[in-house]
Design a protein around this ligand. Structure first.
Ligand code: NAD
Length: 296
């Protein structure tokens, strides 16, 4: 019999992930703090549940896509949480970007309640999530990964089993540290070019066709140029990832000087523009500081 999939957290990236599961023909049971986020999914056949516990009771595989460690712990452990259910071999897949130690802690609690747990953070951004082409990094038992593979494939293109539970969260944080360093470097490069009198469009086009290009230049460069800064990822989430990375560096005694500088820039951007602004807008700090405009 077809498995019922539960999905908790229908935000910027969770919504398209859930939508792709539904479009692949699975029964989908959903919840979010804001019921309006489920409206279109429900009109396409998904079932609304009032809380995470209801989702868990009625589903075989439960997926979470939540903003931070605190929200995941709440959805797991609160009175109406996932772990209030005594599972007969249900699988919980946390797709949030999280802290590896916290994932390990929750997986132990989940195992006690009869769940198997995977972490499956995603990378690539909201547009790729809509296209079903996001990359999914999986941590946890290999056979559980193989069992959930058809569902993961309904959401993502490249799926990598990184290793034991906790390893995918580390991998995800590492990839985001690189992305934010690239973003700040792109901002510096564009500001320098602009100040030299080069047209912004030609500037970006040249970088995109050069050895200095990157995934961030391809995806976020156009969002700087069009002035929306909208790649679907908030400053709050960016700072969360940078904090996780910073903690990891301290734990493992690895100096992360460049990343710490960029983290400071995000703190400044949050103070200046607000935590719910798009993360790409961090480069506006350079625009404001130098009196340049990088739009075209
Ligand atoms: P978001 O803030 O847009 O969405 C989070 C959703 O969770 C919201 O709809 C919110 O209402 C819901 N929520 C929060 N607490 C809840 C609770 N207690 N019960 C039920 N629902 C609750 O975040 P997002 O951008 O969708 O990101 C989700 C996760 O994916 C985050 O961990 C983020 O770091 C990660 N991620 C996001 C992107 C991206 O481009 N947006 C890319 C990669 C990874």
């Amino acid at each position: 019999m077809q498995k019922v999939i539960g999905f908790i957290g229908l935000g910027n990236v969770g919504y398209p992930l859930a939508k792709n599961i539904l479009s692949s023909g699975y029964d989908l049971h959903v919840t979010d703090l804001e019921s309006k986020k489920a409206k279109e999914l429900i009109s396409s056949g998904a079932m609304w549940c009032n809380n995470a516990k209801q989702v868990t009771e009625s589903s075989d595989i439960i997926i979470t896509s939540l903003p931070n460690v605190k929200a995941v712990a709440e959805v797991a452990e609160s009175e109406y949480g996932i772990l209030q259910v005594q599972s007969e071999d249900k699988i919980w897949v946390d797709m949030s970007t999280s802290d590896s130690n916290e994932i390990i802690r929750l997986s132990k609690l989940a195992n006690k309640q009869g769940f198997r747990m995977l972490e499956a953070p995603v990378t690539g951004g909201v547009p790729l999530a809509h296209q079903g082409e996001i990359t999914i990094l999986v941590g946890g038992d290999k056979s559980t990964y193989q069992e959930t593979s058809p569902i993961l494939k309904s959401m993502g293109k490249k799926i990598i089993h990184v290793g034991a539970i906790g390893t995918a969260s580390v991998m995800k944080v590492i990839t985001n540290l690189l992305a934010f360093n690239h973003l700040w470097a792109l901002g510096e490069a564009m500001t320098l070019g602009n100040k030299s009198g080069i047209d912004n469009k030609i500037l970006l086009d040249s970088i995109l066709s050069s050895s200095g290009s990157s995934f961030v230049t391809e995806t976020e460069g156009p969002k700087i140029l069009d002035g929306t800064y909208d790649y679907g990822f908030t400053m709050a989430l960016a700072l969360k990832d940078l904090d996780l990375g910073s903690k990891l560096g301290q734990r493992l005694n690895v100096p992360l000087e460049m990343t710490e500088n960029v983290r400071e820039k995000f703190l400044e951007a949050i103070n200046t523009y607000g935590s719910e602004e798009w993360s790409t807008k961090v480069v506006k700090l350079l625009e404001d500081q130098t009196g340049t405009r990088l739009q075209s």
